[in-house]
Design a protein around this ligand. Sequence first.
Ligand code: AMP
Ligand code: MG
Length: 344
Amino acid sequence: METKLLPADDKGIALACQLLRQGQVVGIPTETVYGLAANALDPEAAHRIYAAKGRPSDNPLIVHIAEFQDLYPLVAHCPKLAEELADAFWPGPLTMIFPKSEKVPAATTGGMDTVAVRMPAHPAARRIIKECGLPLAAPSANLSGKPSPTKASHVYQDMQGRIPLILDGGDCQVGVESTVIAVHEDSVRLLRPGGITVEMLSGYCDVIVDDGVLHQLKEGEKALSPGMKYKHYAPSAQVILLDGPEEAFIQYVNSHAGEGVYAMAGEQEAERLTVPTLLFGGEHEEAEQARQLFDCLRECDEKGAKTVYARLPDSKGVGLAVLNRLLRAAGFAVISLDKEDAHG
Ligand code: AMP
Ligand code: MG
């Protein structure tokens, strides 16, 4: 199949809508990461998404809407708190989980009786949803297991020959996938951290951070958010996280320099590192780290990196999302640096 890569302008959006109405899959920009969109109400279309990604079909898809009232046909019940949170954070990178209505096929929800819904803020994404007149299931537009795409060129690398169209709407502003929450009467459970942070949600209700956010599931343990159980976001290189102060990080990495050894760090740290460094925002630059993270992980592969060291990020704000993705990219490999003596 030929894959067209077009700008997300009038012409591109018109073609995208035509393909989406035919049940095809289109790569679209959103503010979080690029999405692989298809009609959420058509099981065949949902299957095409799983096939294009090579994704296990028990991993549910997020349904994207353009107007708040488009939520009601998709859900059996909407808690009052969800309405308040939608009011505060939609359009934006917040996904909420609801009991699903009959309208939403099991193919879209990975067989679950709940449905995850969000209203994206990217103007092209909202225009596409409005103009095609369909709720769109849209997981990240990467091959399953690869880092999520934050540029149209990333989508092209993974999806060339697998889907008919990719729209280029520029680099993603947030850079990590949406925050996913389960909404209860007066609290929410955070299943996946993202651009809407714990601190932001805490202004509205109690926030329980699910154990799966920062810890590996044990054998046989059930993931509330199925995506979190897969090894994810991983480049081919071994990512190793180092937990310790800047000085200890620099000493440790420099004493482990060698062929194929890289670091991901901020500019200030990079100046003192003797290994090649992929710039990804430094300490207290969580938003920048989120924007750069997946591009850096993809670059590791392009450069043929074998080992990539990164410092454990701060878990404040969107830093929690960066930490969550890095832990998965590293397969939870964290080395704790002795604060007195950094030589490992
Ligand atoms: P994405 O690849 O960004 O589309 O992420 C989809 C992820 O959202 C899934 O892997 C799940 O972790 C989560 N998700 C989607 N639907 C549900 C649901 N009904 N219940 C729990 N988590 C969900
Ligand atoms: Mg994904």
